[in-house]
Design a protein around this ligand. Structure first.
Ligand SMILES: Cc1cc2nc3c(=O)[nH]c(=O)nc-3n(C[C@H](O)[C@H](O)[C@H](O)COP(=O)(O)OP(=O)(O)OC[C@H]3O[C@@H](n4cnc5c(N)ncnc54)[C@H](O)[C@@H]3O)c2cc1C
Length: 371
């Protein structure tokens, strides 16, 4: 049994801590409690569900999520349906709050898992010495290995990749809102993920509990005070969402990045620390869950942490790079404008669900080690 540290209390950090604990190791999770509630929602696709199953929390996840039965792609100007993809495999939406609460409960239930409620300030891995980390109180913790899931700007990524970043995507913004379903027409409550493709902009919505989760993606240059009315004008089928009373939060969209190297000595990356991707395939958190499930498979019953980390890093770096690439390409397709966008809509309509299914098959395929 080894003593493993995990930094970061996001989805990937909590899932990785759970994985390392279930693999039979003692775990210290360095994570500050969230200081504000997590707004908005997430979709978890079949590959994320395979990971949740492997982590032993699929039942708890089902209880706090909403199963969606189709993905519909529509034209934002006309409302025409371009693709209607029925979902045979498990695909569901969560409020972020509910997913965090569920993971937090699962972490809290593990006797071999201790939570240290502070951030790491330093990772110390001298060439001929053993690994230790220093937290923000100045306390040094000696570890056999560290899973750094502390996000795109955390110390883990800095330590392993020397601060490499993705190429600039040209400043895209996600405008996010959460609106009570009772204030909207009934069709917004349908258990479906709806993607509306416009000209240079797109809108995604799906229900989470009693609310509608809403994300509009647009170039930063179009995010003027009246952006809702330009993206969802009175003539648009989404006009009701152009209401200026809706409170939107703006988030910069991550550029596509996956480190070619996920490991440095006894430190490995997981979650957004290893792979940041634009949210166009709804895969960031799902891939973080898959990282955790893969860690569980590699760490299970072994004390040889360096070998387990090496296997995990090699396997996941290869698999995730393709997903990141596809998320990037999907974003470029969704961002098309002018006559090219018209051609895109035509092609999607002609290709239909089969085209979408073949694009997503690799993304949603569960890691064979997890099933
Ligand atoms: C608009 C939008 C929509 C999205 N939709 C989806 C979706 O539908 N499905 C999906 O799968 N994904 C989606 N994503 C992506 C998803 O939200 C992220 O990939 C996921 O939340 C990343 O989780 P993480 O734990 O890896 O990183 P983070 O959430 O960034 O967590 C990192 C944690 O590390 C902590 N930390 C930082 N520094 C330190 C330190 N020094 N010491 C200790 N801890 C530290 C931070 O406080 C934070 O808690 C979406 C993203 C966006 C922006």
């Amino acid at each position: 049994m080894a003593l493993l540290g995990v930094s970061g209390g996001g989805i990937a950090g909590m899932a990785a801590a759970l994985a390392a604990s279930r693999a039979g190791h003692d775990v210290v999770l360095f994570a500050r409690p969230a200081d504000q509630p997590f707004a908005g929602g997430l979709q978890i696709a079949p590959n994320g569900w395979a990971a949740l199953t492997r982590l032993g929390i699929a039942e708890a996840a089902e209880a706090c999520s909403l199963r969606l039965n189709n993905i519909t792609v529509r034209a934002l100007d006309s409302g025409a349906t371009l693709i209607h993809l029925p979902l045979a495999q498990h695909y569901a939406s969560f409020s972020r709050n509910a997913l965090f609460g569920m993971l937090n409960d699962a972490v809290g239930a593990r006797a071999s898992l201790t939570r240290v409620p502070c951030n790491l300030t330093h990772i110390d891995q001298p060439p001929a010495g053993s690994l230790s980390v220093i937290d923000e109180t100045g306390t040094r913790h000696h570890l056999d290995g560290l899973i750094a899931a502390d996000g795109g700007d955390g110390p883990g990524k800095q330590h392993v990749t020397s601060g490499q970043r993705g190429a600039d995507m040209g400043a895209k913004l996600a405008m996010r809102a959460q609106i009570p379903l009772h204030s909207l027409p009934a069709h917004f409550a349908l258990p479906a993920s709806q993607l509306w493709l416009g000209r240079g902009v797109h809108v995604v919505h799906y229900p989470i509990g009693d609310d509608l989760n809403l994300v509009a993606t647009l170039p930063a240059s179009r995010a003027r005070a009246d952006w809702q009315q330009t993206v969802m004008p009175a003539t648009s089928p989404l006009a009701v969402l152009g209401d200026p009373a809706i409170n939107w939060a703006r988030t910069s969209i991550s550029s596509a990045f996956t480190s070619p190297c996920w490991r440095r000595g006894s430190v490995v990356l997981a979650g957004d620390a290893a792979h940041s991707m634009p949210p166009h395939l709804a895969q960031g958190a799902g891939q973080g869950l898959q990282d955790a499930a893969s860690l569980l498979a590699w760490l299970d019953g072994t004390d040889n942490i360096d070998t387990a980390f090496a296997g995990y890093a090699r396997e996941r770096a290869t698999d995730v790079s393709r997903i990141v690439q596809k998320a990037d390409i999907s974003g470029r397709i969704m961002a098309m404008s002018g006559p090219v966008a018209r051609l895109r809509d035509l092609a999607l309509n002609l290709g239909g669900p089969r085209l979408m299914q073949s694009w997503l098959a690799e993304v949603w395929a569960a890691d064979p080690r997890l099933v």
